[in-house]
Write a protein that binds this ligand. Structure first.
Ligand SMILES: Nc1ncnc2c1ncn2[C@@H]1O[C@H](COP(=O)(O)OP(=O)(O)OP(=O)(O)O)[C@@H](O)[C@H]1O
Ligand SMILES: O=P(O)(O)OC[C@H]1O[C@H](OP(=O)(O)OP(=O)(O)O)[C@H](O)[C@@H]1O
Length: 212
């Protein structure tokens, strides 16, 4: 039997939807996989192995070939711009990246402060608009920054819009729609092309049925 396909799965909010999609495609990762504290889970009968990774780290595991395949948000791919193939839009965990801030606050012309955990996405966006900005890097609770005067705007994920609303913030501009993507290590794609193509096809088939 060939070496198992190694898949970096994102822990956290994407996991459930991603595992459900994998199951429909014929790869049953077991009901307990997310609750387990084990980080590597083997499924020899399906010839796969999964790694439970932080969503932001999935691309790293795949780029370095520690995993053949991974599931990552497009937000992470835009931010990290790594050497991986993005082979399929899985259309799960939809959300978008937007610029937001306090209402009625025009953006100052002189290096406004932008708080974000997506410094590259934010810099690229404002550079394209010809605006010079200062990035304030944060790891979470980004919406706090404009409330306490730390930043003029934030660049962050919006899903239901609840966090913005409950903090009295408004959306100024949408930057990019986000869904989760299947990514593949380029070398793995050459060495394990038939297994990978089969998985991509199985997932595509499920998505086609869902969208019809
Ligand atoms: N409301 C949302 N907030 C953040 N990410 C979302 C949301 N809805 C969908 N996503 C998608 O889920 C992915 C993983 O988000 P998640 O919050 O689980 O990971 P994370 O950003 O590493 O969080 P944490 O650091 O809190 O563990 C994001 O990269 C994004 O593509
Ligand atoms: O539009 P909503 O449905 O309210 O979702 C958006 C919020 O969810 C995410 O935060 P998360 O829950 O990951 O917490 P964090 O602040 O620790 O990043 C994101 O950074 C927003 O704050």
């Amino acid at each position: 039997m060939n070496k198992p396909l190694t898949i970096a799965m994102p822990k956290g909010r994407i996991y459930e939807e991603a595992a459900a999609l994998m199951k429909q495609a014929g790869y049953d990762l077991g009901a307990e996989s997310e609750k387990s504290r084990k980080l590597i889970l083997e499924f020899p009968e399906q010839n796969i192995q999964i790694m439970m990774a932080k969503p932001m780290d999935v691309v790293t595991y795949v780029e370095y070939g520690a995993a053949d395949i991974g599931i990552a948000g497009k937000d992470v791919l835009l931010e990290q711009d790594r050497d991986v193939y993005e082979v399929l839009d899985l259309k799960i965990s939809p959300c978008y990246i937007a610029v937001a801030g306090l209402p009625n606050q025009p953006l100052s012309r002189i290096a406004p402060k932008i708080a974000t955990k997506y410094p590259k996405v934010a810099s690229d966006y404002f550079r394209e608009k010809g605006a010079q900005i200062e990035i304030i890097p944060l790891n979470g609770s980004i919406e706090l920054a404009p409330l306490i005067g730390l930043a003029d705007r934030i660049v962050d994920i919006v899903s239901t819009g609840r966090t913005l609303k409950e903090n009295g913030l408004i959306e100024y501009e949408k930057i990019a729609d986000i869904t989760s993507r299947l990514i593949v290590n380029p070398v793995s794609y050459r060495l394990k092309s038939s297994e990978i193509d089969e998985m991509v096809q199985n997932l595509s088939d499920v998505m086609e049925v869902k969208s019809s």
